[in-house]
Design a protein around this ligand. Structure first.
Ligand SMILES: Nc1ncnc2c1ncn2[C@@H]1O[C@H](COP(=O)(O)OP(=O)(O)O)[C@@H](O)[C@H]1O
Ligand SMILES: [Mg+2]
Length: 199
């Protein structure tokens, strides 16, 4: 095994998503690693490729990573290629929960979520970031004395890298238009999911 290969094991597993497993970085508390679940997929993992591309675009445009995380590219692990990302941590250094988990723990009411969604939308419009899909497992709650906020960890920027996707990532008004058009639907989807847990 290459000396740069990172060794992952079940003890480091943070969560399993629909396409990837998310592990703690073995040497850095501030980072995590996502490995495709499908065996042999490696660097052909579509969502990993999108994450690398989208983070690079946001960085080149100077968008602050306030409501999403930076992706630092591909690394080798004993489980195959993985992408390395900033891990969402609270201001006190404790691990952040998903929005779903925070709701299940009784940490939030709908008005708090509503306020944080409004802030997320404001950031997306200000920096022309495409939000076309929201889900309570892909949103994390980052707590801090400067206020709690939602951080999108999956699906930001769109899922289908077609021509319109590339245009939107370069033409701000197109990105804003997409976010504004999708917002009511995504907002209502999140609201339904939140109410379903709080009922
Ligand atoms: N940057 C991150 N920091 C901390 N936990 C994360 C991060 N990204 C993902 N997770 C956790 O891992 C889970 C799965 O990651 P996700 O990117 O949604 O995978 P998938 O694309 O397979 O759905 C998330 O629901 C969340 O619990
Ligand atoms: Mg996900």
């Amino acid at each position: 095994m290459n000396k740069n290969t990172l060794n992952l094991h079940d003890g480091l597993l943070l969560a399993t998503g629909s396409e990837r497993r998310c592990y703690m970085h073995p040497d850095s508390t501030g980072h995590c690693l996502k490995v495709p679940i499908k065996p042999g997929l490696g660097k052909n993992c579509p969502q990993c490729r999108l994450d690398v591309y989208i983070a690079a675009r946001l960085k080149s445009r100077g968008v602050p990573f306030v409501h999403t995380v930076d992706c630092l590219g591909w690394v080798e692990t004993n489980m195959g290629p993985a992408i390395m990302l900033q891990r969402v941590l609270n201001q006190d250094g404790s691990p952040s929960m998903t929005l779903k988990s925070a709701l299940e723990h009784g940490l939030l009411d709908w008005n708090m979520v509503k306020g944080m969604l409004y802030e997320l939308r404001t950031w997306a419009i200000q920096y022309a970031v495409v939000i076309s899909e929201l889900n309570i497992k892909n949103l994390m709650l980052r707590t801090g004395s400067d206020g709690d906020r939602l951080v999108v960890v999956d699906g930001l920027g769109g899922r289908k890298p077609d021509m319109v996707f590339h245009l939107r990532s370069r033409i701000p008004w197109m990105a804003r238009h997409k976010t504004l058009k999708r917002w009511p639907r995504e907002y209502n989807k999140v609201k339904d999911a939140v109410m379903n847990i709080l009922k």
